[in-house]
Every structure is written in C-alpha cells, then in structure tokens.
Write a protein that binds this ligand. Structure first.
Ligand SMILES: Nc1nc2c(ncn2[C@@H]2O[C@H](COP(=O)(O)OP(=O)(O)OP(=O)(O)O)[C@@H](O)[C@H]2O)c(=O)[nH]1
Ligand SMILES: [Mg+2]
Length: 435
C-alpha cells in the first residue's frame, strides 16, 4: 500500500532543452532556460537534467539537429526521463518528429505555461479561458497518438473528444476529434463573450471614478501591492502565476481622493499568443484603465529584461502610450543599491517601494493623488437650499469642499472636483448658478 502511494507521488521526470540561436547571447539563452526550470517546477515536474544546444538557426524537422536528437534519446534512457520540455515554440510537425524519434513525450514552453494555467485556474472565467487556449493549441497538433489531450486540466474538452460513438460514414476518428474540438472552441468563445459582456457592464458602473491597473512580470509583487493598499487578502505566493483573475478594489487616498485598482495576471517572456488572445477579457482591464502601475521586482537580476518582456505584451495590447508609473518593488530585498541605481537611471520617474515593508507607499499615494488631481477643476456654485444637501454630499464623496457659506435662501459652495464629475453635478442641481 505504501509502495503504491509512493508511486503516485512520484513526479514526472523532465529534461529541459534550450537552443542558443545565433541571434541571442549565450547568457540570455541560459537565463531563459533557468526560468523554464522554474516553470517546470511550478507545473509539478522534477527537472533531472538541462541541455543547452547551439545552432545558427532552427532545423525545420526537429528544431535541433538530428544528431542531437539521437543524443537526447540516449540521455532520456540514462536519466529515465518521462518528458522533454523545449524552451522555444515547436511546430506541430517538429513535436511529432521529436516524439517519434525519442519515444517520449515532448512539450514546449507554451504548452508548459498552459499546463500551469490549467492547474491554477479556479474561477469559471479562468477555466474557460485556459481551456480555450489549450484547445486552440491542441487542434493543429492532434494525431492518432496524441497524448496531451488527456492532460487537459480544464476537462470538458477532453471529455468530449474521447470515446465518441458518432462516427459518420467515411470519417476517421481523427476528423471527428477535430470537429468536436472546433465545436467546443466555438462554444467556449460564446461563453467568453457572455463573460465579457458582463464585465463591460461592471466596468461602465465604475466609469465614475479613475482607475489604475497593476501590470508586471509574474511574481513581481502585484497582488501584494493591491493587498497592502486596500486591506485585501488575495493569494500571494513565491510561485509563478499565482493570480489568474483580475480583482478590482477601491484605494482610499489622501485629500478624499479614491481610485479603482485592479490586480491582473502576470506576464512572462514568450507568453503564448493563444493565451493572450483568450485572456482578452481579463486584459481589457488594462486597456480600459486610466493609468498603469508597472511593478518590477528590482531585486531580480533580470529586472531590466522583465520590464522589456512586459512592455512587449503592453505593445501587443496597444497600450504603450497610456500614462504609466514605474514601481521598483522589493527594495528591502536588494543585495546592493547599485542594482536599484541602474534601474533608477533608466527610469528616473520611477518610485522605489517595498510592498512588504510599506516603504515608499506614501510617495506612491501622493503620486496617485497628483495624477488624479491634474484634471481637477475649481468651482463656485450658488445652490438653493433644496439642492444644497445632495450636491454637497456628492462633492464630499467625489471631491473636496473648500468653503461654504449660507445666505438667506441659498448656499455658496467653493469646491475642487475632477472634471469627469461635472456632468453629474449639473444633473443633480439643474438650477445651480456657477460663478
Ligand atoms: N522581499 C519582498 N518580497 C515581496 C515584496 N512584494 C512581494 N513580495 C513577495 O514576492 C512573492 C510574489 O508576490 P505576489 O504578490 O504573489 O506577486 P504577483 O506579481 O502577484 O505574482 P503572480 O500573481 O504570480 O503573477 C511573494 O512571496 C511575496 O511575498 C517586497 O516588497 N519585498
Ligand atoms: Mg498575483
């Protein structure tokens, strides 16, 4: 019995494979492989060996050279490996050829990230998004021997594909599988559209107030920042992709200012495109925000490259021109201030913070207030007593009352408020006279 349990606990043994092509440095290839090892660990593999090959360009049939494939085959036997994980994207044909030659499962970085997302998806929305991305990834890779489908975490797709008794005349099982996957994909897309519609309604309710979205590389400290600014309790972990769903909360700022703040899914180098596409609804929080808070783990040796990777995704989302505040996080964890200085030179407007100890958060809050109040307007209103109460209430909630004086039948109010609230104010007090 104990032995059976031991067997069940045994992790799949993975050999991870990186390829240094002529257009990247050896260092960059090694760092990328290091991150792949972390991803493999997060996904629940035991990394038993790392291999880094050098090639001027990918081999069309195997990505690596055929001699190297032979070496990998020997290595997998020696290390008793269950799977090869490649750091680069593999075409469906390359994956097939490699699996045929090595006789063990071959996955690439994109599939690994999808696997992690599938394991971590908790809410309905995240599950639908991940299943859609997985099926789109799987469709061109489907073969008679295709085994990945059984690993589809989100489940329903896999259930549909297996054991169908609906084969029509002349159709192979493979054709049926493809058809069923396509049907499932369009079903999931409709579900996502519905979720998207719901989100748009929620967002339009939020139009009343300024909004900021926290973006950043995975594990940079996004959720920790939202928690500390709002007393929220989102799961934070020293693992990649702890957060898949956006959470929006109100941050109370000095001078009666408030802002909606959204925590989002983390970015990573070589993020699979399918994933970006199916997380569109989530990422729309980013495209709709008035301000982006780009948070960086300043204590990470790869901080600059992680910033670039995040900027690349922001470019894909067409939001690079949005006002962005760069936050250099984890300054309590720095080995030396030199690392921080390099980043500060590069980003002179950035704010150094520690979401953990709270250092720098007051500066962040006053910068947020600055951002919000740049569109404040000063107003003087002469209100009837009848309108006075509700208008004052509205200003107290959304702005700042600077002065008020009562006269016989009216009240004179001096206030500061964001210009986006002016329309509502006029609606509340149509008979007010603005001075
Ligand atoms: N030392 C230190 N650790 C921090 C700081 N901020 C966050 N962390 C730690 O970094 C890890 C990741 O933090 P999260 O807030 O989960 O990071 P995230 O960006 O939300 O990560 P994903 O949701 O996985 O993309 C956790 O172990 C946090 O405790 C900080 O200022 N200093
Ligand atoms: Mg998070």
């Amino acid at each position: 019995m104990q032995e059976i349990q031991k067997l069940e606990e045994k992790l799949e043994r993975a050999v991870i494979v990186g390829v240094k092509l002529s257009d990247i440095s050896k260092e960059a290839a090694e760092e990328s492989l290091q991150e792949l090892a972390l991803l493999a660990d997060t996904a629940g593999f035991e990394v038993v060996c790392r291999v880094l090959h050098q090639r001027p360009a990918p081999n069309p049939a195997y990505y690596i050279g055929s001699g190297k494939v032979q070496e990998l085959q020997n290595l997998s036997a020696e290390m008793q490996a269950d799977v090869f994980i490649f750091d680069n994207d593999l075409s469906p044909a390359q994956t097939r050829n490699l699996e045929k030659m090595t006789d063990i499962r071959v996955i690439d970085r994109a599939a690994l990230i999808l696997d992690i997302f599938a394991q971590r998806a908790r809410t309905k929305e995240a599950k639908v998004q991940v299943e859609l991305a997985q099926l789109q990834y799987a469709l061109p890779r489907l073969t008679r021997q295709w085994t990945h489908l059984s690993r589809l975490g989100a489940g329903a797709g896999a259930g549909h594909v297996g054991g169908t008794g609906t084969r029509g005349p002349g159709e192979t099982q493979l054709q049926i599988d493809r058809k069923l996957i396509r049907v499932r994909i369009s079903h999931l897309k409709r579900e996502l559209q519905e979720i998207e519609r719901h989100r748009t309604v929620q967002r339009s309710r939020r139009k009343e107030m300024m909004s900021a979205a926290i973006v950043g590389y995975t594990n940079a400290g996004k959720s920790t920042l939202l928690n500390v600014l709002t007393d929220e309790h989102i799961l934070t972990e020293d693992k990649l992709f702890a957060t898949l769903d956006p959470t929006t909360r109100i941050v109370q700022l000095p001078e009666n200012h408030r802002i909606f703040l959204t925590d989002t899914v983390g970015f990573i180098k070589k993020l699979p495109h399918h994933l970006v596409a199916s997380f569109k609804a989530t990422l729309e929080e980013v495209t709709e925000a008035d301000l982006l808070l780009h948070i960086v783990d300043a204590s990470h040796p790869e901080a600059l490259k992680q910033i670039k990777a995040v900027n690349q995704v922001l470019e894909e989302l067409k939001v690079v021109d949005k006002p962005t505040l760069m936050l250099l996080n984890k300054i309590d964890n720095l080995e030396s201030y030199d690392e921080l200085r390099v980043l500060q030179n590069e980003y002179p407007d950035s704010i150094a913070i520690s979401a953990l100890t709270g250092e720098g958060l007051e500066r962040l809050k006053s910068r947020l207030v600055e951002f919000i109040s740049q569109n404040d307007v000063q107003i003087s209103l002469l209100l009837s007593h009848k309108d006075g109460g509700k208008v004052l209430n509205y200003i107290y909630t959304h702005g700042e009352v600077l002065d008020q004086s009562y006269e016989d039948n009216s009240v004179l109010v001096e206030a500061k408020i964001h210009k986006r609230y002016l329309k509502n104010l006029k609606r509340l007090a149509p008979s007010a006279i603005s001075l």
